[in-house]
Write a protein that binds this ligand. Structure first.
Ligand code: GLA
Length: 401
């Protein structure tokens, strides 16, 4: 380890200790109890967008931005939660599992408590303090990190455990049923199964995955448009419906088709006339994106950032033109990045309609990249983009410091 790296590790251990100490003290003031501390990461997806709910492939990385949860058991069957971000409380009785769909922050925590019970995990009452450090509405999956951190904390506080894959499914169910977003499984899987220094190559049909080391001489860099994807849930659900329409029509011709994952591009072209034009384009994105993830996996394994970057550029074009989930600001960031020396490729990441781009940049060019993107974007929009160099991190854990 170089001296600089050793210094970084040390300062981050100090920061972790300081943060968990602060939470313990705050928790003591709120509830008069000693807390255990947990945290789950946000994520960035390297490639494979809108493929998860089509039973396809994705390649996310857990980022070093976390939702922190302090927790302690209660004697009764109530779950009480305080959100430090919103300075609001919410609570529920675990005997009453009739939580109705509510588009409220507490759905991400109380929905998970309900979902755990519905999955047969006999969790007991608990006090929770939640503090999210993953920017909200930025496409970095703040919601899954809240769900997974809360779910893990609730299990641990009751002396229970579930496998990472089971916890991911329980949290996805909570988001689908109680928060009203029909999200796929990618975000919860990476928040549960992420590993420091690795990307996760995930098959969303089998939930089998492989850990792939990142490039040694190129870095992934995330740029935030600073435009939130606030009203994206309706559009997201509409995209899912388009994919379901296409799958239904294609399955009439090819009975073995269960999801767009099963359709080769040549067959999509053969039956194109049977599909509404929009459903055809949505399918073309999903099918070609799955192929790009598989190719990107090879590029990562062979240490070939040039090919990976080309696949990222193709992914963006497909998301913009066929899937129609990009935005003016995302396109602008991708365009600016494309003109900077040392950039292999750039694309929007996450659900879209705002949020972030991800770029693959030669290691020696990262500083210049940051300066050039920030000034180009600010000049064009008046907004200063937040920029994060991706440090692949671990999935949900208890913080013992
Ligand atoms: C959101 C969803 C994920 C996935 C992405 C798009 O982040 O939560 O399940 O569908 O959008 O790839």
């Amino acid at each position: 380890m170089t001296e600089k790296l050793a210094g970084q590790e040390e300062s981050s251990a100090i920061l972790v200790r300081r943060e968990s100490q602060r939470l313990r003290e705050h928790f003591q003031k709120l509830y008069g109890q000693e807390a255990r501390i947990f945290r789950a990461p946000g994520r960035v997806n390297l490639i494979g967008e809108h493929t998860d709910y089509n039973e396809g492939f994705v390649m996310p990385v857990a980022m070093d931005l976390y939702t922190w949860v302090a927790a302690a058991p209660r004697e009764d069957a109530r779950v009480r939660v305080y959100s430090q971000n919103l300075r609001e409380r919410a609570e529920m009785d675990l005997q009453d599992l009739n939580l109705r769909l509510q588009r409220h922050w507490s759905a991400y925590v109380l929905g998970v408590a309900t979902s755990l019970r519905l999955a047969g995990a006999e969790i007991g009452g608990a006090n929770l303090l939640v503090e999210g450090k993953v920017p909200m509405g930025a496409g970095l999956s703040s919601s899954a990190s809240v769900e997974v951190a809360a779910g893990y904390a609730l299990l641990e506080s009751s002396g229970l455990s579930r496998s990472p894959v089971e916890l991911a499914k329980i949290c996805q169910r909570a988001e689908n049923e109680f928060a009203g977003a029909r999200c796929g499984i990618m975000d919860q899987m990476i928040a549960c199964c992420g590993r420091a220094n690795y990307a996760l190559m995930l098959d969303c049909r089998t939930l089998g995955f492989r850990l792939l080391p990142l490039f040694s001489d190129a870095q992934f860099v995330v740029c935030n448009t600073m435009v939130k994807h606030d009203h994206a849930a309706g559009e997201y659900n509409a995209r899912r419906a388009d994919c379901e329409t296409a799958t239904r029509i294609l399955a009439e011709q090819m009975p073995e088709v269960r999801a767009l994952r099963d359709v080769p591009l040549a067959d999509l072209e053969r039956y194109a006339k049977l599909l509404p034009e929009v459903a055809y384009r949505r399918s073309r994105h999903v099918i070609s994106e799955n192929a790009r993830v598989l190719a990107a996996c090879g590029a990562l394994e062979h240490g070939d950032p040039e090919s990976f970057g080309r696949l990222m550029r193709e992914s963006h074009r497909s998301l913009k033109e066929d899937y129609e989930v990009s935005s003016t600001e995302l396109d602008l960031l991708v365009e600016i990045a494309g003109g900077i020396a040392g950039v292999y490729g750039s694309r929007m990441t996450g659900g879209g309609f705002g949020g972030c781009t991800i770029s693959l940049v030669r290691s020696g060019a990262v500083d210049e990249f940051q300066t050039a993107v920030a000034s180009g974007y600010q000049r064009a929009t008046g907004r200063k983009p937040d920029i994060y160099i991706v440090r692949a991190s671990d999935g949900v854990r208890e913080v013992l410091e």
